[in-house]
Design a protein around this ligand. Structure first.
Ligand SMILES: NC(=O)C1=CN([C@@H]2O[C@H](COP(=O)(O)OP(=O)(O)OC[C@H]3O[C@@H](n4cnc5c(N)ncnc54)[C@H](O)[C@@H]3O)[C@@H](O)[C@H]2O)[C@@H](O)CC1
Ligand SMILES: Nc1ncnc2c1ncn2[C@@H]1O[C@H](COP(=O)(O)OP(=O)(O)O)[C@@H](O)[C@H]1O
Ligand SMILES: [K+]
Length: 454
């Protein structure tokens, strides 16, 4: 698992204070990292345009021009004139060896975005915004230096300095980054980084349910009870996912007469030997307050999803010990309001997803929260994990029902809530990645099928 950081300025500072490196040395390594990538991937004399801003991100770009100048056809274009001490020094060095500055954005083979990095604040002026849009329209290979400027530049690859930043894993950043590589800044990444309570999940972290024990029976693998709601298809999809992911028995609990697949069971109450519960998917108005109370009158581990976040009953659920909540952005906003944490719009949440997950987990440290989205954030107490492996193929009704079924299945098989959330989410995204059809065509049934071959 790679570490994620809120900011890296303190990591840079540690390099100066504790490792006796200078800003110049760090910057030379930053520029060298990009130069090495270009040398490895583009033949000599290719045309490289580096678009620079006024700060040290721009300075990285200007240093890069110096490193490539002899072997490539390099031009600097300033979106904003050099202003920081390092940018001015790098400009002096570059001009001294004859690097060319261009007054307009020219077509090229490789386009490097060094307008702004971590120092971006506020909004772009119209002029800079239109420069970035023009850059995006160029038919060149696009490299972002450190981070794509304002996440408006759309990179083919982001060569990020020192360590991964949390802002790179906001949903709104996902289209801008392209591939991601970390460039070392004069010390190896292990030394540069400190501990972090936020980590990026690898697909290889997935720990599948074990069926190693021969002397076992269906009761050995848990019994999941799922509240079957008004939109009964949602509960059925969760239930089929759970069965596929290893639960020994899966029962839908409800009050309507509905058609269910023959592999599932149906009951009006939570069966005796139940080991985990799932509630909320397609719930609608199916359960009365008393019926809900009865369903929850136990200490079983629970996955809570969907409609429950709009109901007062969610506050009782927050009191339980072993619980995983799986809201999407809109549901999380409703939960934050009900829990008296914040009254915000979805847009505000999307800009500060990490902050609000942290606020929630601080107030409810015993609860595991999985915030769905293009990048899934899983929070528990002071820890957080990001699953960036989902794709837009998952953007379809029912994908979330499959996810809650997978997590509930692992809970029923004895995983801790945090392990169930992490592994359920990884299995969900891995199943989507393995799907061989077109991305628009993935259905919940395909996802469930995909669980067979993880
Ligand atoms: N500090 C260090 O030791 C290192 C810094 N490095 C580079 O330095 C960058 C950070 O440098 P800075 O802290 O100077 O910040 P940036 O260069 O990312 O951004 C600040 C500059 O951008 C301008 N700016 C901010 N918001 C703007 C907006 N809305 N529109 C237009 N211009 C805007 C500011 O006027 C300022 O000049 C990193 O992203 C990285 O690329 C690397 O060289 C590695 C080492
Ligand atoms: N663009 C996307 N990229 C990655 N994952 C996505 C994307 N869109 C949706 N997902 C995932 O698909 C699931 C959708 O869940 P949800 O919105 O609750 O759907 P539903 O309620 O219809 O089942 C979540 O796990 C979410 O993270
Ligand atoms: K940049």
């Amino acid at each position: 698992m790679q570490k994620l950081f809120d900011e890296v300025a303190s990591l840079d500072k540690r390099c100066y204070d504790e490792f006796f490196l200078s800003e110049d040395i760090l910057m030379e390594h930053a520029a060298n990292g990009i130069a090495a990538y270009i040398r490895n991937n583009f033949k000599k004399n290719s045309k490289i345009v580096i678009v620079c801003g006024s700060g040290n991100n721009g300075a990285d770009g200007i240093a890069l021009s110096r490193l490539l100048h002899a072997d490539y056809d390099v031009y600097l274009f300033y979106a904003k004139k050099p202003a920081s001490k390092m940018a001015l020094l790098q400009q002096k060095r570059a001009l001294a060896i004859g690097v060319r500055e261009s007054a307009e954005l020219e077509s090229c083979d490789v386009l490097v975005d060094a307008i702004v990095g971590t120092g971006f604040s506020g909004e772009f002026s119209k002029e800079i915004a239109s420069i970035i849009d023009e850059m995006n329209a160029l038919n060149a290979f696009k490299i972002a230096c450190d981070i794509p400027s304002g996440y408006r530049f759309l990179a083919d690859i982001t060569l990020t300095m020192g360590a991964l930043k949390k802002s790179m894993f906001l949903d709104g950043s996902k289209d801008a980054l392209g591939d991601i590589r970390v460039v070392d800044l004069g010390v190896s990444r292990d030394i540069y980084e400190r501990d972090s309570n936020c980590k990026l999940l690898d697909l290889d972290d997935l720990r599948l349910p074990s069926r190693a024990k021969k002397d076992s029976h269906k009761g050995s693998y848990g019994h999941l009870a799922i509240a079957s709601g008004q939109m009964s298809g949602a509960g059925i999809m969760s239930a089929l996912s759970a069965l596929r992911f290893g639960s020994g028995l899966v029962t839908l609990v409800g009050f309507e007469k509905i058609e269910i697949p023959h592999t599932l069971m149906y009951s009006h109450e939570v069966p005796q030997n139940t080991t985990a519960l799932a509630l909320g998917m397609g719930l609608g108005a199916e359960f009365s307050a008393q019926e809900l109370e009865k369903f929850l009158d136990n200490a079983l581990p629970l996955v809570a999803d969907a409609d429950i976040f709009h109901m007062q009953a969610v506050l009782d659920i927050l009191k339980r010990e072993d619980v995983v909540l799986t809201p999407h952005a809109k549901e999380f906003v409703s939960l934050l309001k009900r829990a008296n944490i914040a009254d915000i719009a979805v847009d505000e949440l999307q800009k500060e997803r990490f902050k609000y997950v942290e606020m929630f987990c601080k107030k409810y440290p015993h609860v595991t929260l999985l915030l769905k989205g293009a990048n899934v954030i899983i929070g528990k107490d002071s820890e957080c994990f990001v699953n960036p492996h989902g794709t837009q193929a998952l953007a379809k009704g029912g994908s979330g029902d499959v996810l809650s079924g997978l997590i509930a299945s692992l809970l029923s098989q004895g995983y801790s809530p945090l392990d169930a959330a992490m592994n359920g989410s990884l299995a969900h995204t891995k199943a989507a990645l393995h799907y061989s059809g077109a991305d628009y065509s993935l259905t919940p049934d395909d996802l469930i099928e995909g669980i067979c071959k993880l």
